[in-house]
Each structure stands twice: as C-alpha cells, then as structure tokens.
Design a protein around this ligand. Structure first.
Ligand code: PXG
Length: 447
C-alpha cells in the first residue's frame, strides 16, 4: 500500500511493472508510459504526479455516487472489523437478507428474489444457468438454447462470451457454449445518426427473434439476454419500441427475457433500473458495478417470483439450485451495497440523471460539427461520441483522444472509435462543461 507521502507527492519508490498482466490493456504500451492513479475523492482522481483527473466514466461505469464517499467507506471499515466473512451455503448473516429485500423493493414488478455473485460476469452466468434450470424443473428441459445479440457485452465468463457479440472477446476462446444464437444489433447510422435519446428507427430488429423461433422452434429456446443500452460496445441505444417488442415475442413463446443491467442499474438512466426507464419488465435483471458504488466487488440477479417459486418444490431439505460462490453475499459487499443504497436514495442519485438530462443532452450534441464526429448519442448520464476511423488505423483516433484527454486532466473511455462518457451521477453542470470542453478541444486537435 502507498504511504501518505507517496500518495501526496506521487513519487513511488522502485515499482516494477512487469509481473502484472493487466486486463483489457495494451500491456507493453502501458508499461512504457504508465498512467497511474493513486487516490480519488468525489469527481476526481489524483494521478501519480499529484495532478487531478476528472472521472468522466465513473471508474468503469460503477462509482455512481463519486469516489471515497464517507458513508460507504465507513460502513465497509466497520463491517470488516465486525464480521469479516461468513459462509453463504447453509448459513447466513442478516445484512445479505436485508440487502436482498431492499433490492427487491427497488426492482420493477415481481422481481423480488435476488441471487448474489461477485461481478457482472458471474451475474450473467448465474442468470443463464437459472434460465436453463428453470425450464428443467418445470419439465421443459428441451429449452436449452440461449439467444444474445451481436455487439452485446455480457462479461467474460464462457456463458457471457457465448451470448455476447464482440468478436475479439470470442474468437480466441474455442467453440464456446453450444446452442447459442444471436439477434442482430440495432446500430444504424444511416437512419439514426445524431438522434437525441432513443432512435426512432429500428424497432423491427426485434422481429429477428420471430425468425430464430421459426428456425429453431420455440420449444428449444430458454432465454434471450440483452443490455437495454449496450455500453461496452459503444453506447448503442434501443430503438423506440424495440424492447417492448422483444418482451411481447418472448411472452408469446414462453421464452425468458433477461436484461443485463450491469451498467444501466442504479440510476445511470435516471431510474433505479433501465427496466423502469423503458417501462418493460424482464424476467431477470443482472446487476453489479454501481451496486456497491464500485467499492467492493459484487454482482447479483433479480428474479421474478414465478421463477423462484418453480424451484421451491419437493423436499424441504433438498438444495433447490446447485449454484453459488464462496463469496456470494460477502459481508463487506453487503455492507457496501446497503450503504450505497442509503446514499443513492438520500442524495436523490437514482433520479439525478433524469434531472440533468436536458443539460447533458445539449452538451453532448454541442459537439456536432467538430472534426471526425460522425454520430452523437445520449441517454441518462451516458454519451456515445462516434468518430470516423482513420483509414488503415481503426481505433487509433479515439485512443489518441483518450491519451490526450488524460493529459488534460479528464478520464474518458474508448471502444474502437467510439468515446463513451458516463460520469458519476453527482456531476455538477460546471463539470459537465469542463468534460465536454476538454473533449471538444481534443477533437479539434486530432489528426
Ligand atoms: N454485463 C455488462 C452489460 C457489462 O457492461 C459485464 C456484464 C461484466 O461485468 P464484470 O463485473 O464481470 O466486468 C459488464 C462489464 C467499458 C467496460 O469500458 C464495461 C464493462 C467492464 C469494463 C469496461 O465499457 N462492463
């Protein structure tokens, strides 16, 4: 751990970078010119040289209440001293039950049971497994197909990459799960470029599910999983009416609908979940990230009552679902999540993205006309800024924008040639101005 002097001055003695294999990172490039953060508070990180860096991405879409929130920090500190660990199999601790109840209250409709995991990837694998097992316990075990979507991101477990649709996350890893198919993605600049909010064109893409039913037979399909707003793949918004149409087709054929809300949960769109924002109720919701404000790893799956009830049959002493993690409902994660919920509710953060919506939307679209910008997209406190790829160098331009913004004291995220912004929900208007001012300045300077 860094000592106070190292945090203050950014001078870190003798740090060898070689042993760490960094995730989703150009390791060699990073190690030649490392970008190190050593502390964080509110909207800002402190970099190794002591400079302040504005967090334009809430970490990786998770620090919704800003960094180092005292109430969350103290809850975790107290918990580790009180109950550091408690087995989750055949034993419980009160905080996990309290948290499950609170999450069920926040969730739409009758999604009132929760299974805990430790990340978004685990939440996704859990949801897919519950879907398959649900059909088995109801005597419809022939429903084994899972349907994802092109350009979908559902984490990096084998289940998640199988239903996911990002080629680099799939092509190195063998044949993946069998019996998986994909809906087409909905991104279409020809029809929808520079839409404000959800684009008007493209609801018919949901009808591709009818085609998959016609191809495979409904009796073979267990579930469809989609992100209500696809984040990782570059902020792809659902066309108006699209999610509702998916829901209708799933209902028609007895197929479960899973919303992967790992980034859209906990206020990102201006409601507790995207499900409420869009007025569409799925059968399961996967969540993670903002669940603990990013402080302690945690994920979970919200499940409709009918699914949970289907498992609660047979002998009372039989285990109903053969699934779970050593750290499901970990006491530190539960303490962090209960405190994060307190903060989100007390500070009005579940709806703050809705309050800032117009200001944010105008700021996003103020970039129109700047060099290289071929699309601007917005929903809640999320922005997608799509750049024209440099001929022969896809992704280069956006990555240079990332480096240049970092030098100017703003952290953004890029995927391919798309910049994604998703700041902590505590952002103030003047910080929105600073964020977009820096991005605009950088876009003007890029070749
Ligand atoms: N589902 C969705 C929709 C996600 O966005 C995961 C599952 C996996 O979560 P874990 O906790 O296993 O990483 C995610 C994660 C980015 C970015 O830059 C997005 C994610 C992770 C890292 C970076 O957009 N999403």
């Amino acid at each position: 751990m860094l000592n106070d002097e190292e945090v203050k001055t950014g001078q870190i003695a003798d740090l060898d970078l070689q042993a760490l294999w960094m995730p989703f990172t150009a390791n060699r490039q990073f190690k030649k010119n490392p970008r190190m953060l050593v502390a964080a508070e509110g909207m800002y990180y402190t970099a190794k040289d002591g400079s302040k860096i504005m967090d334009g991405t809430a970490g990786l879409w998770c620090v919704n209440a800003g960094h180092g929130h005292r109430q969350i920090v103290e809850a975790v500190q107290q918990q580790v001293a009180k109950l550091d660990y408690c087995p989750g199999f055949q034993i419980g601790h009160p905080d996990s039950f309290e948290l499950a109840g609170r999450l069920a209250d926040l969730a739409p409709s009758d999604l009132n049971h929760v299974f805990f995991a430790n990340s978004g990837s685990e939440a996704v694998d859990t949801a897919l497994k519950i879907a398959l097992a649900y059909h088995v316990v109801r005597g419809e075990g022939g429903r084994q197909r899972l349907i994802g979507r092109e350009r979908g991101y559902h984490g990096v477990g084998f289940g998640g990459i199988s239903v996911g649709g990002m080629v680099n996350n799939r092509k190195f890893f063998g044949s993946l799960l069998p019996g998986v198919d994909h809906l087409p993605h909905t991104h279409d600049l020809g029809h929808n470029a520079f839409s404000r909010g959800e684009p008007g064109w493209g609801a018919h893409h949901a009808d591709a599910l009818e085609s998959l039913v016609a191809l495979h037979g409904a009796s073979t399909i267990a579930a469809v999983i989609v992100e209500p707003v696809a984040g990782s793949t570059g902020v792809l918004l659902p066309p108006q009416g699209y999610l509702r149409r998916l829901r209708e087709i799933c209902d028609k054929y007895g197929i479960l609908l899973i919303f992967d809300e790992v980034i859209t949960g906990f206020g990102r769109l201006g409601a507790s979940f995207a499900s409420q924002h869009y007025g569409v109720v799925p059968d399961m919701i996967t969540m993670a990230k903002g669940m603990t404000n990013g402080t302690v790893p945690m994920g979970g799956v919200l499940v409709r009552k009918g699914i949970y009830d289907a498992f609660m049959e047979g002998s009372d002493s039989g285990i109903e679902l053969f699934h779970g993690y050593t750290y499901s409902g970990h006491p530190l994660a539960c303490a962090a999540a209960n405190a994060a919920l307190d903060v989100y509710l007390k500070e009005g953060l579940m709806t703050r993205a809705a309050e800032l919506h117009d200001y944010w939307e105008d700021a996003v679209h103020s970039l129109r006309g700047l060099p290289h910008v071929i699309d601007l997209r917005n929903v809640g406190l999320v922005a997608g800024i799509e750049l024209e790829p440099r001929p022969g160098g896809p992704g280069e331009r956006a990555f240079e924008a990332f480096l240049s913004c970092f030098e100017k004291g703003v952290l953004i995220r890029t995927t391919g040639d798309i910049i994604a912004l998703s700041p902590p929900l505590i952002i103030e208007k003047k910080e929105v101005d600073q964020l977009f001012g820096t991005v605009a300045e950088v876009l003007r300077s890029l070749a």
